[in-house]
Design a protein around this ligand. Structure first.
Ligand SMILES: [Zn+2]
Length: 412
């Protein structure tokens, strides 16, 4: 049945503008027409009308960096859990994302590939979930960051084999861990793989037209990623092996020239800071927590400055919040957009980073990412105007996925 949504405003992220008194006409899962209500076509009999006289309609959000299998809620990312528990955790988490308006999730590392089965269940309508963009378990060195997810591969030959395995399993992209990270025993600012190993992953993936992204928590990882010819970079933290923080403008220009898209993941540091502050007030901190808390202001500052520098260099930036980490949960992508605005983006730029730009990075811009006739009707209706108050994104009234209403807030 065709449906027309009548709203106070439609967000046109392709042209950075807001259309007042808007409408979107949906039929057969796709957007058929849209614009100002003076242009509303004659509706065929039986068209359903949904009126939101005070609300804004926008494209569904894309979270470009999440870990659906990870529990969050204060539990460590490296929690040992069975594949069944990982899958059940992902079911809960995908629902939280969907109900918050995230209609596409790019999962940046699952456990042993369990999300491939979940995607099948969603595609068969056994469960409601967002669109999935999957990589399976990220490739990592023996004992390296996130090794417990099941993606260990060492040396160019084994790496190429695992990349081919992932693609045969229907991975949409390859994720490789280029430096250490939060996993105990790893060094975030040091490269884990050699350039030759990264290049082996890129070569095997590109031969099959699959993009590669690299987890880079330190500058040496970014340098290796550039040399290896990757397509995307996660985190892009400018931390040197000696522990010093410092943005490198020349490196940013190289990222821009290479056309590499970056997911900066800023909010997770603010989440950790607010959690530790609360804990300090309530129960006190141990020495390790105290050390982490005292270092976080400088880390957050460096992340915000790096975002400013990346934007100034012309790097394409997308929104992903690393949901699944201990203090960064699901259903709150808007907070990452808020963090990106603290790093110098306008509200419209931040929203584009979670819609249009992300769709382009995923190679899905012909299907999702903006309100355009012919695109999938992945739509979100929210209370308020996110261009003047980004927290309006947390007040979701309706979520539509491919023309199907998957959430509607009932007024009581
Ligand atoms: Zn991550």
């Amino acid at each position: 049945m065709p449906t027309v949504l009548k709203v106070a405003a439609v967000l046109d992220v392709d042209k950075d503008r807001v259309i007042p008194d808007g409408f979107v006409l949906v039929a057969d899962g796709k957007i058929r027409s849209w614009g100002n209500r003076v242009d509303l076509p004659t509706l065929s009999p039986g068209t359903a009308i949904l009126s939101f006289p005070q609300q804004t309609l926008m494209p569904g959000l894309i979270n470009s960096h999440a870990h659906l299998c990870a529990p969050s809620g204060g539990q460590p990312f490296y929690l040992k859990q069975s594949n069944e528990m990982a899958l059940l955790t992902a079911v809960r988490n995908m629902r939280r994302e969907l109900l918050s308006g995230v209609t596409t999730v790019r999962d940046c590392g699952d456990q042993n590939g369990v999300l491939f089965a979940l995607r099948k269940a969603v595609n068969r309508r056994i469960l409601d979930g967002p669109r999935f963009v999957l990589c399976g378990p990220p490739l990592t060195t023996t004992g390296g960051h996130a090794h417990f997810l099941g993606g260990v591969a060492d040396g160019p030959t084994e790496i190429a084999r695992v990349v081919r395995r992932r693609i045969a399993d229907k991975a949409d992209f390859i994720k490789i861990i280029g430096t250490g990270g939060g996993t105990p025993g790893t060094h975030p600012a040091r490269a884990s793989y050699s350039r030759e190993e990264l290049a082996a992953a890129v070569s095997a993936a590109h031969r099959l037209d699959v993009p590669v992204t690299v987890h880079c928590r330190g500058t040496p990882g970014i340098v290796n990623a550039l040399e290896a010819g990757v397509d995307q970079i996660e985190h892009a933290c400018f931390e040197r092996p000696d522990g010093s923080l410092g943005f490198d403008p020349e490196l940013a220009r190289r990222i821009a020239r290479a056309g590499i898209c970056v997911t900066p993941t800023i909010q997770l540091y603010r989440d950790a800071q607010s959690h530790l502050k609360k804990k300090a007030f309530a129960r006190g901190l141990n020495a390790a927590e105290q050390k982490r808390l005292s270092g976080l202001p400088a880390v957050i500052d460096s992340k915000l400055k790096a975002l400013q520098g990346l934007l100034a260099a012309g790097v394409k930036v997308v929104a992903g919040n690393d949901a699944g980490l201990p203090y960064t949960g699901f259903g709150c992508l808007w907070q990452e957009l808020d963090a990106m605005m603290s790093g110098g983006m306008t509200a419209m730029q931040a929203i584009a980073a979670a819609t249009r730009t992300a769709a382009r990075m995923l190679g899905m811009e012909d299907r999702i990412g903006s309100i355009q006739a012919g695109k999938q009707a992945d739509l979100l209706v929210i209370d308020g105007d996110p261009t003047t108050d980004i927290s309006a994104l947390s007040r979701v009234r309706l979520v539509m996925l491919a023309g199907r209403t998957v959430f509607q807030k009932i007024e009581v």
